[in-house]
Design a protein around this ligand. Structure first.
Ligand code: NAD
Length: 358
């Protein structure tokens, strides 16, 4: 059982969510519901064909496609897209894709006030947050603003079946990180804890099935359901050591977003479990009852063939000392305060792909 929180405050935005195979076909009805007549479909270049196919199903409701989204929402990309958007005279934004497509949609919504409909095709969870991270001249700035929260989210499992396993698995571990850190968030609520444990359970059940049969629609749907719940946790409570460390390493060394989350997760959770073992009991209960929280997550990730070593995604051994300094330099609340020796051991184990100590 989890400790009951006698005091809490809940911030739950009014978002229309629909879930189910084929819900994308209801897009015209959703556009009517929000009073929009001409929507533009936003995607990454790799999803340009999928974006066009979706726009084709909209008939008169389609204003065009902007398949130019990039990781970490570069401001120059947004400005180029804004010029095209103005020419298209669109009155709504449809984001088809993961955090990159949704990031561009959020950046355009911030600048135009246009309503957004998100159709997530990864598990990153950006659709469920009022947070936008943008990069300019190599610097990432993050803002929280209710204007960037998509007002409608359509989870259609048929759209995620094409997501390659090499993207799916790290993306799912990225979502699991939201739920894991939600369990010990300072501003956690009973509802967030329920969503986190159910999201973790859904991923634990679905991912082995997705890995052995990537086109199993039921397994994909359960993973998407887990991603929805974990995304809501991310949107509702504050994150701590794990997310801060991923942010620092991603920003300073250009490491890929989801893979960095996947690799660090067992280590940051193991490190934190020393201080809040009770709050993290759902992790071994769900992922490996015989294990500590960090080791249970490490075994789960290995069984899925997830990346487990920072050295495999481009971090050099010589960068580790600077990574420790960067992580120590950014003070933030986390249950177990980071110390130099602890972070050094954590990052060396994560660099090597070794199991965490807890
Ligand atoms: P992504 O959106 O870049 O997608 C990863 C890759 O998968 C891309 O190449 C994309 O083209 C491809 N892809 C997506 N859907 C596909 C499909 N159905 N079939 C085949 N390929 C598909 O990656 P991501 O991990 O979802 O998002 C990462 C970005 O999101 C980062 O910039 C991160 O900072 C941001 N993010 C923001 C928040 C937030 O709350 N603001 C939360 C999480 C992530």
């Amino acid at each position: 059982m989890h400790a009951f929180q006698p005091r809490f405050a809940l911030n739950q935005p009014a978002v229309h969510v629909a879930f189910g195979a084929g819900v994308r076909h209801d897009l015209p009805a959703h556009l009517n519901r929000i009073g929009a007549r001409r929507a533009v479909v936003i995607a990454t270049p790799g999803q340009a064909d999928a974006a066009r196919a979706l726009a084709d199903t909209l008939g008169d409701h389609a204003a065009g496609c902007l398949p130019r989204a990039r990781m970490h929402t570069p401001v120059d990309t947004t400005e180029a897209a804004l010029a095209e958007l103005t020419a298209l005279r669109a009155d709504a934004l449809i984001a088809l894709g993961g955090g990159s497509a949704i990031g561009l949609s959020k950046a355009l919504a911030l600048r135009t006030g246009l309503p957004q409909i998100a159709l997530p095709t990864t598990h990153a969870g950006s659709e469920a947050t009022a947070v936008l991270g943008e990069t300019e001249a190599g610097r990432k700035t993050t803002r929280s603003d209710p204007r960037v929260q998509p007002g409608t989210i359509l989870y259609d499992p048929e759209l995620i079946v094409t997501l390659p396993l090499a993207v799916t698995i790290p993306s799912a571990l990225n979502a699991i990180a939201h739920a894991a850190e939600g369990l010990y968030a300072r501003d956690r609520t009973p509802l967030a804890t329920l969503m986190a444990t159910e999201g973790l359970r859904a991923f634990a059940a679905a991912l082995p099935r997705v890995r052995s049969a990537p086109d199993d629609l039921d397994a994909r749907a359960e993973a998407l359901y887990g991603g929805w719940l974990c995304g809501m946790v991310l949107g509702q409570v504050g994150m701590a050591l794990h997310h801060k460390l991923c942010h620092a390493l991603g920003g300073s060394f250009g490491l890929p977003h989801a893979e960095t989350h996947a690799i660090l997760l067992p280590h940051t959770i193991g490190y934190t479990a020393v201080s809040v073992p009770q709050l993290l009991t759902p992790i071994p209960e769900i992922f490996g009852p015989e294990d500590t929280p960090g080791r249970a997550l490490h075994s789960f990730a290995r069984a899925l063939d997830a990346p487990t070593a920072l050295r495999d995604i481009g971090l050099r051994h010589a960068d580790l000392a600077r990574a420790v300094e960067i992580a120590l330099d950014a003070p933030y609340w986390t249950p177990r305060p980071p110390d130099r020796d602890g972070l050094t051991a954590l990052l060396h184990a994560a660099w090597d792909g070794a199991p965490p100590s807890h």
